[in-house]
Ligand binder design. Structure first.
Ligand code: SF4
Length: 483
């Protein structure tokens, strides 16, 4: 993999608009209107390209893909998106055989070999908009665009106002669901913005790390606010910030939400912030609340201190409890996420995780898929740097886009498979009902009868998005075939 400056063509060079269509394809973005398409679309359109955006989570490939596309670029920001892209590429190649195929985004460089074998000619990662534009310009000029190895760009770029005009309407994407005291559910239309990309942390299991290697890049305030402004004009009533960690740059984040609230006092928002940052910046939590924050997603991952140490999370199990208290004091909802199944998970430690959610009254705050997530080990994962870890895993599996592993206790793997099947079958059921069934499964795996759960043991529902899936969950067969 090569870390480089953008390829030679000038980003400001204007081309005639009839030099061929560029198609940007988003396989999946957790039900959100993708920034990962809107930002490159702005760069390409500014340079005069005719750009078509296709969101495979809402649109059918065959109906939207022009056969005369010159460049087709797929955005793979997460595991599920990459799995869907791998399914889609042969059909894309068949329908537009002369198009140059590019895959860009977080998961592109780490899956370069597989993608190249599928006929992808260019692989881009990191801050890749200038390189994508340069590629389009080369193709438009009839120049060779041969790439020998994937490129990752980490140089600061000049962001443009994302161009969302070619994407499906916000109303078609995931909604925010809010429950009132009486249990009645209301909906809000959700916009999606990013205030930064990359991350300054090096959690061993995280897919951001092999690409950004501890760096993050700020999206300027005026660009983010402009993006929110245009989404508010399109009906957004809530903004979901997609930054890997909103408090990598807390000064920037707070300027952003204060400005957002000043201009749009009726807009609510959510963000993702790690436990370590929530503790370190506890004084900012009331200000998050004041400016319209409804909930914070936080990658807790485990309640086992040894697993947290192995994942290099920089927080302890007790820190999680402290943050639950701080968030409640600030009247902010916390949506914890987990890697429930790792090679170090045991049946008792899994039950301990479920018990902790009951003790903290957090069952209703956790989408059931979180209780079935199995540790993914993508190419380049920092987990491979753990002494002895490579001995516990199999050879890289191109189909699953990761290194397979088996637990030393087969009952743990069986429980994970059963939990995942159950969650896929009960997507429309109340969270507490699915939790109770997983609770019973986990105890049955140990040959125990599950203790009854009191009615008030689940906690209250919190605001959440209607898309229940998760970026590193294994996609369902329906997701893989939906386009
Ligand atoms: S898990 Fe979160 S905090 Fe850790 S490296 Fe990834 S994005 Fe950063």
């Amino acid at each position: 993999m090569q870390t480089a400056n953008p390829i030679s063509a000038s980003a400001s060079h204007q081309i005639a608009p009839d030099t061929g269509k560029v198609v940007l394809i988003n396989p999946y973005e957790l039900g959100r209107q993708p920034f990962g398409l809107a930002e490159p679309a702005a760069w390409l359109k500014h340079a005069g390209f005719d750009v078509i955006c296709i969101d495979l989570s809402l649109q059918k490939l065959d109906a939207c893909l022009p056969a005369d596309a010159v460049l087709i670029a797929l955005n793979v920001g997460m595991h599920t998106a990459t799995r869907i892209a791998v399914e889609a590429i042969p059909r894309i190649r068949q329908r537009a055989p002369r198009a140059h195929l590019c895959v860009y985004g977080l998961y592109a460089p780490m899956n370069a070999t597989l993608l190249k074998n599928l006929g992808v000619q260019t692989i881009l990662g990191g801050e890749c908009e200038p390189a994508l534009l340069a590629l389009a310009q080369k193709l438009a000029a009839g120049e060779s665009a041969h790439q020998s190895e994937p490129s990752v760009y980490l140089r600061k770029i000049q962001f443009r106002l994302p161009d969302r005009s070619g994407l499906p309407a916000l109303q078609r994407y995931a909604h925010l669901l809010l429950s009132d005291e009486a249990g009645a559910v209301s909906k809000r239309i959700v916009g999606f913005a990013e205030g930064s990309r990359g991350c300054k942390h090096l959690c061993r299991h995280c897919p951001v790390v092999p690409v950004y290697e501890g760096k993050f890049r700020i999206v300027p305030l005026d660009i983010v606010l402009g993006d929110i402004r245009q989404q508010a004009a399109s009906g957004a009533e809530h903004v979901s910030f997609g930054d890997p960690d909103f408090f990598n740059g807390p000064t920037h984040a707070m300027k952003l939400v204060r400005a957002l609230h000043d201009e749009f006092p009726q807009l609510s928002y959510d963000a993702t912030i790690k436990i370590q940052h929530l503790l370190a910046h506890a004084d900012l939590l009331p200000e998050l609340k004041r400016t319209g924050c409804l909930f914070v997603t936080s990658a807790v991952e485990s309640v086992d201190d040894e697993v947290l140490r192995l994942l290099d999370k920089n927080h302890s199990s007790a820190d999680f409890d402290r943050v639950v208290g701080l968030m409640r004091a600030a009247k902010l909802a916390l949506a914890p996420t987990f890697v429930a199944f790792t090679p170090w998970t045991t049946l008792p430690s899994y039950i301990a995780l479920l018990q902790r959610l009951l003790d903290l009254r957090l069952v209703e705050a956790v989408p059931p898929i979180q209780l079935a997530i199995r540790l993914l080990i993508p190419a380049g994962s920092y987990l491979l740097r753990l002494p002895g870890f490579a001995d516990r895993i199999g050879d890289f599996d191109a189909e699953m886009l990761g290194y397979p592993w088996r637990h030393s206790d087969a009952r743990v793997d069986d429980l994970q498979a059963a939990a995942q099947t159950l969650v896929a079958q009960t997507a429309e059921r109340p969270r507490r009902e699915t939790f109770t069934r997983i609770w019973r499964l986990a105890h049955a795996a140990l040959g125990l009868a599950a203790p009854a759960i009191a009615d008030d043991g689940f906690g209250r529902p919190i605001p959440h998005l209607s898309e229940p899936w998760y970026c590193c969950a294994e996609p369902t067969s329906q997701q893989l075939q939906s386009f």
